[in-house]
Design a protein around this ligand. Structure first.
Ligand SMILES: [Zn+2]
Length: 287
């Protein structure tokens, strides 16, 4: 009977992933910024790229011909090795963003939690298809390179989009900001800027290979006073949207369930800083 090699591969991938994170020099610096309360969403983006690079390096070091049956990365192996690691990457990227968001909010006295973007199942399934469709290890390994980093950055881009939208819906004013990295290409330099959420070009969330530009957002409280009934401070447009929004008792059972599910999701996205730093040390520090 053939032995399933996936558990052994996953163990090796985990070890390789952790050791790459532990060797990274920027992670302890970002930890110190979280501790000091000076980290910003730019660091959350940088973190997504670092974690993505560690994930890519780990996959490329373990998923080599000699570790695979017939030297081939079959779909069922790619599916059960790459997807779980990307799920872990997704969790790390979202936790870091939620934690840093909390610091920024605490400084502004904003008591709103963060939302996590959903795990992009379809996007990752497409990637797995591309990795395994040719049954050619060299092509597979190309997909395990930069595309893995890009997907990790995209987890953060999804977070930004979800939270800019969440805050806008909560009566704040969100702006999307795209900063070009130093030495960015012409396309990325042209794309740098800031837009009111909803007016940003779609490309703001796009990136080419090896692009490390950051897309973040800020939300200010200008319109938040709706909750204290100072409605005159709200832009007209927003007022009319809010008037069209039905009160909870007018909602159908399904709508209410959806609101409750969203609240539960939001409530989960609050992390104790001390607990978080402890967990982070366990993951990223040399022992
Ligand atoms: Zn770029």
């Amino acid at each position: 009977m053939a032995v399933d090699i996936v558990p052994e591969l996953n163990e090796k991938i985990t070890v390789a992933f952790r050791s790459r994170l532990m060797r990274n020099r920027r992670l302890p610096a970002i930890s110190r910024m979280i501790e000091a309360g000076t980290a910003t969403l730019d660091e959350a983006h940088e973190f997504s790229a670092i974690v993505g690079e560690a994930a890519s390096g780990a996959l490329k070091s373990v998923l080599v011909g000699e570790n695979l049956p017939n030297g081939t990365l079959y779909r069922n192996i790619a599916e059960r090795t790459v997807t779980p690691l990307l799920e872990e990457t997704y969790t790390l990227v979202n936790d870091e963003a939620v934690q840093i968001q909390q610091l920024l909010d605490a400084a502004e006295n904003i008591g709103l939690g963060s939302v996590r973007a959903d795990f992009p199942r379809d996007r990752i399934a497409d990637l797995i298809d591309k990795i395994s469709e040719d049954l050619d290890i060299e092509i597979a390994r190309r997909w395990l390179g930069e595309p893995i980093v890009n997907n990790s950055e995209a987890f953060f881009d999804d977070y930004v989009k979800a939270n800019a939208s969440f805050r806008q819906r909560s009566g704040m004013e969100s702006r999307i900001i795209r900063k070009a990295e130093s030495g960015a290409c012409k396309w990325c330099r042209a794309l740098a800027g800031s837009w009111e959420y909803g007016d940003e070009p779609r490309e703001v969330y796009a990136r080419h290979e090896f692009c490390r530009c950051s897309t973040t957002y800020v939300a200010n409280r200008r319109a938040q006073s709706v909750w204290s009934k100072k409605e005159w401070e709200l832009p007209k447009e927003q007022l009319s949207i809010m008037r069209q929004t039905r009160a909870p008792d007018e909602m159908t059972k399904e709508e209410r369930a959806e609101v409750i599910a969203q609240r539960e999701k939001d409530a989960q996205s609050v992390i104790d800083r001390r607990e978080y730093l402890k967990k982070r040390r366990e993951l990223f520090s040399r022992r």
